[in-house]
Write a protein that binds this ligand. Sequence first.
Ligand code: SD4
Length: 342
Amino acid sequence: MNRRKFINKSAVAGAGIATGASLMACNNLSTSTGDVDNNAFAKAQKENIKKPSPIAICTWGFSGATAKAGELLDGGSSALDAIIAGVAVEEENIENTTVGIGATPDREGNVTLDACVMNPEGDCGAVLAVENIVNVAALARKVMEETPHVILAGKGAEEFAYEQGFTKQKLLTEERKEAWKEWLKTSDYKPEINIENHDTIGMLAIDNNGDIAGACTTSGLGYKMKGRVGDSPIIGSGLFIDNEVGGAVATGMGEEVLKTVGSFLIVELMRSGMSPQAACEEAIHRITKKGARYKDFQIAYIAMNKSGETGSHCIHKGFTMMKYQNKKNENISSSFYDTKNS
Ligand code: SD4
């Protein structure tokens, strides 16, 4: 079966799963050339999707973050409000060495943070390489809502934060400073799979109205070069939301996610009818098929579609996804690609 036919088939199959019998009746989604008519598909999807009860998912086992977001969603908050509050739990968690305060610095000993957000209207905001501000996801939201721009970087983002009432805070803790000094002795730059470098929080949520939003916030890779920015604040790579389809978010070696525009890819695959799980698997496959280099790094995706179905997939064993829905907060082990070496 060639690839186009496969996608056509899975589009129709996916439609059946997602939207039930009425959409199965709408069986003429292909054009005369055999291509999927995405507009017809999206319209059919929109009309037939059953609204799920509010749900929040995030990368890794950040139970406090999904619990916070879930509590807000259950109380009627918007997906965006819930997510900003949810990821703030980790931004403010001093024990998390990859997000917010307490994060690992770059090679010069400076902690610089990256974040982005997307709302159900398809608007987005991002901040890159920001110092001295803890809640950078909330700052990215301010960029989205209060400026004519999408991205602010470095000093400009920091100055904008003070204008918006954010307070200046020292992000480098004594513990991280000592660890950095230790690191300087060898300056060996080799991110370890599932350790230290991978605690970025990316979160997706659906609210009472059935609307989807998402955010991603991180300090990036520990001991990165000064000025390095990864995938996390880049719309389409670290995060992508389409309120008609669903959303996806990434964690792990950002350079590889950027090269494949992973989160956008997953949302587009879901638009074509793939389940969130199958779409995450395909996005990981785009990376692993390039060769054995994947053995040295971890990448994980989580995704959710409009009907609240979720999926996650990663390269190496060890990644988990938190999921909150109907007062149940679960840590779900992800499927993984590298069964031989994990
Ligand atoms: C980055 N993707 O900057 C981030 C790192 C990460 O958990 O996810 N860490 O490349």
